[in-house]
Design a protein around this ligand. Structure first.
Ligand SMILES: O=C(O)CCC(=O)C(=O)O
Ligand SMILES: [Fe+2]
Length: 342
C-alpha cells in the first residue's frame, strides 16, 4: 500500500482550485463540471500528480491512500438515511471536488445507469433496509471481498473511496493479486474463460429508481442495460478469473456471486485462489479526509461488519469509479463526453 500525506502547501493549492470550482458549480453531478474537471486537475500540486501518474502507469502497488484533506464534521450534517432522497448536495461539495480532481489524474469518472440513479459520485453509508445485505449499504455482515462490478466487461479500472466519517473505525479490506502465489495448473484453469459471475445486488431491479424519462434514446438505453443485467443473471457469459500477463496477472473475482460451480477443477481453482487471497488480505480503517484508490484489475476489496447506528452519525464514504479509457464504453453512452453507462 502506498501512502501520500498532503503537506500544508498541497492543501492550500487544493483549497484554491476547489474554491474556484465551487464558485462555478453547485453540484458534483453537473456534466459541465465533469467536462471541466480534467483541465482543473492539471492545476493540482506536481508531487500529487507525479504519485498518481506513477500509480497508474507503473503499478508499483494496487492501493494508494491520499491523506490530509480536512473534514469539518459539523458542516456535513447528518449521515443521510438513504441515497434516494438526500438533502442538498452542497454539504459535501468542498470535499467532493478535490476527490473528483485527484481521481481525474487516473482517468475518467464513470457512472452506471443501473447504480444510484446514474450518479457519478456514490454514497456509501448503512441503510436500514440493507442492514444484512451483501452490498455497500450493508453493515451487519462482512462485505465479502470482490472485484468491483466483476460481472461487467466495462467495470472500473480504479475504485476511489473518500471517507467523510468513520466513527467506529470500520476497516475496508483488500488483497493484491501480486501478493498471491498459485501453482501453474491452478493459474492455467483460472485463465480460461469458464467462470460465471452474476450481477451484484446494487445493479438489480429492486435497487432502481422509477422516473419519467423524456428522451427516447435514454429510454432505449435504459431498457437495454436492464436487459443486460437480466440476461447476465439468467445466463452469465463465461469469463477468465486471471488475465493480462500470466506471469503478473490481473484478477476478476466475486466469489459470493459465483456460487453453484458444477465443475470440480473450477471449484478447486476458485478455492485455491480464494484461500491465497484470504492469506494476503490486509485492510485500512479510513479516517475522515482519507482517500483510497484501489486498482480494480489487481486488488479485491471488501469491508468488515459493524453495528450501524441509524441516527445520523454513521460511517459515510463517497465513491468514484474511474476508467482509463472512456471510449471503450462509447456504444453504451449517449454522447462522447457523457459519463453514464447504460
Ligand atoms: O465500505 C467499504 O469500505 C467498501 C465498500 C465497497 O466494497 C464498495 O464501495 O465498493
Ligand atoms: Fe466494492
Amino acid at each position: 500500500m502506498l501512502k501520500i500525506q498532503l503537506g500544508d502547501d498541497d492543501v492550500v493549492a487544493l483549497e484554491k482550485v476547489t474554491a474556484e470550482i465551487t464558485g462555478r458549480f453547485s453540484s458534483i453531478e453537473d456534466p459541465e463540471l465533469h467536462r471541466a474537471a480534467p483541465v482543473y486537475a492539471h492545476e493540482l500540486p506536481r508531487g500529487l500528480r507525479t504519485a498518481l501518474v506513477d500509480f497508474k502507469l507503473n503499478e508499483p502497488s494496487g492501493v494508494l491512500v491520499v491523506s490530509g484533506l480536512e473534514v469539518d464534521d459539523a458542516s456535513l450534517g447528518d449521515t443521510p438515511a438513504d441515497w434516494r432522497n438526500k438533502p442538498a448536495p452542497g454539504a459535501t461539495l468542498s470535499l467532493d471536488v478535490p476527490f473528483l480532481l485527484i481521481g481525474c489524474l487516473l482517468g475518467e469518472p464513470i457512472a452506471w445507469a443501473t447504480q444510484q440513479d446514474g450518479r457519478v459520485m456514490h454514497d456509501i453509508f448503512p441503510i436500514r433496509a440493507h442492514e444484512h445485505g451483501q452490498i455497500g449499504w450493508g453493515s451487519a455482515q462482512t462485505l465479502t471481498w470482490h472485484t468491483e462490478d466483476a460481472f461487467h466487461p466495462l467495470r472500473t479500472d480504479y475504485l476511489g473511496l473518500m471517507c467523510l466519517r468513520n466513527p467506529d473505525e470500520v476497516e475496508t479490506t483488500f488483497a493484491d493479486i501480486a501478493d498471491v502465489r498459485l501453482d501453474e495448473a491452478t493459474r492455467a484453469v483460472l485463465a480460461e474463460e469458464r467462470f460465471r459471475i452474476l450481477p451484484d445486488e446494487s445493479h438489480r431491479p429492486q435497487n432502481q429508481v422509477e422516473g419519467v424519462v423524456e428522451d427516447p434514446e435514454v429510454t432505449e438505453l435504459k431498457a437495454r442495460s436492464a436487459e443486460r443485467v437480466d440476461s447476465a443473471l439468467r445466463s452469465p457469459e463465461p469469463v477468465a478469473v486471471l488475465f493480462g500477463s500470466l506471469r503478473d496477472p490481473y484478477v476478476r473475482l466475486d466469489p459470493y456471486y459465483m456460487q453453484g460451480v458444477q465443475d470440480e477443477n473450477e471449484q478447486r481453482a476458485l478455492d485455491e485462489i480464494g484461500a491465497a487471497l484470504d492469506g494476503a488480505m490486509g485492510g485500512i480503517s479510513l479516517a475522515p479526509g482519507d482517500i483510497v484508490f484501489i486498482d480494480n484489475y489487481r486488488v479485491v476489496h471488501g469491508r468488515k461488519p459493524f453495528q450501524a447506528r441509524f441516527d445520523g452519525t454513521d460511517r459515510w464514504l463517497r465513491r468514484l469509479n474511474i476508467t482509463r479509457d472512456l471510449r471503450k464504453s462509447r456504444h453504451a453512452r449517449l454522447s462522447a463526453g457523457s459519463r453514464v453507462i447504460y
